[in-house]
Write a protein of this length. Structure first.
Length: 289
């Protein structure tokens, strides 16, 4: 808190209590922070509440565990002002394994790479908890997630609307003594993966259902190959169950493809509506230094 006050002396600093049992709120209050509370457990609920309650030109979001470098915040704001960015990511650089566990590093790389493959250009540290947003990003963001998967949702929102994005490298250190992370490598990793799949279904349904249709068509082709060869040789269907099963797979493949085509039109309409909501808000200020 004191580091952020030194880095951004003119900013209003909010600290959100999410049912904490330590002395975070007392210490933040003593340091002059504005205290708010969100009783629904989970980072996604806190972000949804923050984005709804706070008004500002730029929002700097930082985890309150003391692991991020407060001095990077002015650099992020400067980059946003120079380039009219809607979002700037604090990319984590760490020197000690205690700060960023190997499992988390690998998981971040895999999930970030997957999002880049599925949704286009991305950022190199998708799961960073240190970000800057413009007002029109915040007020057009339909926060749905409840937990740590909200970072994925934030990234995909920026990619789908083709927002201007930037990155600033920031030092990442281990938590203070007595502080423990609530992030579980496997549990939250699978939750994030599930969020990516769900967002793919919502935002790119033709790709999602098209892949399902291709898999079903291939299974149907392999299942029915023997019946087709028998019919070519004997003009008789000798393996009727296989032929019926293959026909079922091919029908399902066609249905998946049709669903993808229809839902792709729906997704396009939703994307246009989000884009119009985004454009209805004022652009971030741009200042030449």
């Amino acid at each position: 808190m004191r580091d952020m006050r030194m880095a951004l002396p003119d900013a209003a600093i909010y600290v959100y209590d999410n049912n904490s049992t330590d002395h975070t709120i007392a210490k933040a209050s003593e340091a002059g922070a504005i205290i708010r509370r969100e009783r629904l457990q989970g980072k996604g609920h806190v972000i949804r509440r923050m984005f709804a309650d706070i008004e500002a030109d730029f929002f700097v979001l930082i985890d309150g565990d003391g692991t991020y470098e407060a001095a990077a915040a002015p650099k992020m704001i400067r980059l946003a002002l120079e380039n009219a960015h809607d979002t700037v990511m604090g990319v984590r650089l760490h020197e000690r394994a205690e700060a960023y566990r190997a499992g988390h590093v690998l998981g971040n790389k895999v999930l970030t790479g997957l999002v880049v493959r599925l949704f286009g250009r991305g950022q190199s540290d998708m799961l960073s908890g240190y970000r800057l947003f413009s007002r029109r990003f915040v007020k057009s963001f339909p926060a749905i997630s409840s937990g740590f998967e909200t970072e994925t949702e934030l990234t995909v929102h920026a990619l789908q609307l083709n927002m201007s994005m930037g990155e600033v490298s920031t030092r990442y250190v281990e938590r203070p003594e007595g502080s423990f992370s609530k992030l579980n490598t496997y549990r939250d990793g699978f939750r994030i993966l599930g969020t990516i799949i769900n967002l793919l279904k919502q935002e790119r349904p033709f790709l999602f259902f098209g892949l399902i249709g291709v898999c079903l068509a291939l299974i149907g082709g392999v299942t029915g190959m023997r019946s087709v060869l028998d019919f070519i040789e004997t003009h008789t269907v000798l393996h009727l169950p296989s032929a019926v099963l293959a026909t079922g797979f091919e029908i399902l493949a066609a249905l998946a493809l049709v669903c993808g085509v229809i839902l792709n039109s729906v997704a396009l309409g939703r994307q246009e509506a989000k884009r119009l909501a985004y454009l209805a808000l004022s652009a971030p200020p741009r200042i030449e230094f």
